[in-house]
Design a protein around this ligand. Structure first.
Ligand code: DC
Length: 230
């Protein structure tokens, strides 16, 4: 079967990465989490003191963009790729609520997006990749053979994120997470550059009432239909 490019976009916390990772493992494709890249830039800005609750020194970040190297390495134990920032594994640090609360602001900046999109295109050059994010089917790979736009109710998405964080031992509050989910949707969909929107040729998957097994099968069936016809 010919190798294709698979773009999975959609709202935050609707299980895009889980489904993309599962499909990649099943069909032997490379999985790239583009949101992790924006999270890694956010972590860098927080650690360097450029970004606080009240202020964001974007000029300082722009000057240091060349010092940010993001890569993914397969974790032999989990079988999943971990995110590295300048050779340090930051997979857990980029998933905290603090990073989630700042990442939309960082992802709305033009020079950040330009740098990330360039890296994403390089990573996907060889095809056989599944990338998830907000602008993969619209901006990064507008010619992707398979495009999926995932959504689910905000309440269901907040509960899933809450379960994920508490399973990792983080103390969190469901209302704070729901607020964060709604706020990120708002910023992601209304920003001037590459806002979150459904590509006209994307197929919508509303997984509010689907189990992980059901959505896995849905995705696999779609992939087979597209890859076999291509
Ligand atoms: O998928 P995620 O929640 O890890 O993404 C983190 C943030 O990064 C999210 O608020 C939107 C942004 N993002 C983006 O703007 N473009 C992408 N391709 C991926 C993520």
């Amino acid at each position: 079967m010919k190798k294709i490019t698979i773009a999975i976009d959609g709202h935050s916390s609707c299980g895009k990465s889980t489904m993309a990772k599962d499909l990649a493992r099943e069909i032997g494709y490379v999985y790239i989490d583009s949101g992790a890249m924006y999270r890694a830039v956010t972590l860098f800005a927080l650690k360097e003191g450029m970004l606080t609750k009240d202020a964001f020194d974007t000029e300082a970040l722009q000057k240091r963009m060349g010092d940010i190297r993001i890569s993914f390495r397969l974790n032999a134990e989990t079988g999943k790729p971990d995110t590295y920032l300048n050779d340090t594994c930051v997979e857990n640090q980029i998933r905290t609520l603090e990073v989630s609360q700042h990442v939309s602001r960082v992802a709305a900046i033009g020079f950040v997006r330009e740098a990330m999109v360039e890296q994403q295109r390089q990573m996907g050059e060889a095809k056989g990749v599944i990338m998830d994010g907000r602008d993969i089917g619209t901006v990064v790979f507008p010619n992707a053979e398979m495009k999926v736009f995932v959504t689910a109710s905000a309440e269901v998405r907040a509960k899933r994120r809450y379960d994920e964080l508490t399973a990792k031992g983080e103390t969190c509050n469901l209302d704070d997470i729901l607020q964060n989910v709604v706020e990120r949707d708002r910023i992601d969909s209304t920003r001037a550059i590459s806002p979150l929107r459904q590509a006209p040729d994307a197929i919508v998957l509303d997984n509010t009432n689907l189990t992980i097994a059901e959505q896995k099968q849905w995705l696999l069936d779609l992939y087979r239909r597209i890859a076999e016809a291509d």
